[in-house]
Ligand binder design. Structure first.
Ligand code: X2X
Length: 341
């Protein structure tokens, strides 16, 4: 260790100890205080790749802006359920908020379009659509309600049905079934078309609703089923893969537009890198999750898609939503999905 000439030894030691303590907390010590403090809130547990990668992005943004931008993360519904957080990001009480396009549908009807059942046959198609023309079309619709959307959408995943009572093998097994769906017109409509009895409930209340048996089942990607510990209150997992769902990272429009261009560029760069890493994390997790959930006691089954698709077609589900989304939007989707009947 070299002494700084002329430095008072006492001050020097104190300074070093303080820097060491900050480093131990994993926070770089910055001389500058933050000029822009932003609140980032979400509905996801801290251990989910979305939050792990968001934390990395936030640290990298702070570092690159020399401490000027301090983004605080409020995970796991700390600031309210999704419906509430959506109001908050609109009013500016929250600055950044990732949300499923299907829940955003209550405000931007078109944003639910990627959730049309069985639209995307695989991830390659999902990313071609969402990073391509379909995604751009959706983001343009979101911009009209004065929310900024980052170009790349987070992966939530293909959704599967879990229950406490029985495996779901065909659409018939869903007849009258009390299932939670997120608060979204498309989701409710889809499960009604299956013949189920869906209730719109925010994710913040899903675990307790399953535990108290207010509902018998729910549907989510395996990563959520595992990380939110839904296997503790659910027994069966039926791999329906009935839709792909992702979270658009939304920012309050006024707040975003008020940030200097160079700050926007730094934030965008690191948020985009975080999303790409998150997608990769989910892809790797997906390989092992089924085995892990089985080890935790869940029983898996692998239904044929046919009866589910037929139930939807028979109930007029695709026809109804084609009418609601309109021909132009459906053409953007079907460019990737093929014709949905
Ligand atoms: O609410 C859900 O089920 C979740 C966590 O998957 C979403 O964010 C849509």
């Amino acid at each position: 260790m070299t002494m700084i000439p002329g430095a008072k030894r006492r001050t020097f030691i104190q300074g070093t100890a303080a820097a060491g303590a900050l480093a131990a907390l994993g926070r770089p010590a910055f001389a500058q205080t933050a000029e822009f403090t932003l609140k980032w809130a979400n509905n996801i547990p801290v251990t989910h790749p979305s939050n792990i990668r968001t934390r990395e992005a936030v640290d990298a943004i702070k570092k690159e802006t020399n401490g000027k931008v301090d983004i605080q993360i409020f995970p796991n519904n700390q600031l309210g359920g999704d419906t509430d957080m959506l109001s908050q990001v609109r009013s500016g009480a929250i600055d950044i908020f990732p949300l499923s396009g299907l829940i955003l549908q209550t405000l931007v009807p078109l944003a639910g379009i990627n959730g049309l059942a069985f639209a995307f046959k695989d991830y390659q198609t999902v990313w071609a659509a969402m990073d391509g023309e379909l995604g751009a079309y959706i983001r343009a619709a979101i911009a009209k309600v004065n929310l900024h959307t980052f170009d790349r959408i987070l992966d939530n995943g293909y959704r599967n049905i879990t229950t406490s009572s029985k495996p779901i093998n065909t659409a018939d097994d869903l007849k009258g079934f009390k299932i939670r769906v997120p608060v979204s017109p498309l989701w409710t409509s889809m499960f009604k078309a299956f013949g189920a009895a869906p209730t719109g409930i925010n994710f913040s209340e899903v675990y307790s609703s399953l535990q108290t048996k207010v509902i018998e089942g729910q549907e989510n990607p395996l990563a959520i089923i595992d990380i939110a510990k839904l296997y503790e209150v659910q027994k069966y997992c039926s791999m329906t893969g009935h839709m792909w769902d992702g979270q658009w990272i939304l920012a309050n429009g006024r707040r975003w537009n008020g940030l200097p261009k160079e700050i926007q560029a730094v934030i965008t760069k690191h948020v985009t890198a975080a999303v790409m890493a998150q997608r990769d994390d989910i892809r790797r997790l997906n390989n092992g999750l089924e085995a892990q959930l089985k080890a935790k006691g869940m029983i898996f089954n692998y239904p044929e898609v046919k009866s589910f698709r037929e139930a939807l077609s028979k109930a007029g589900f695709y026809k109804e939503w084609r009418g609601k989304f309109g021909d132009e939007a459906m053409a953007k989707l079907e460019k990737y999905s093929g014709k949905l009947l």
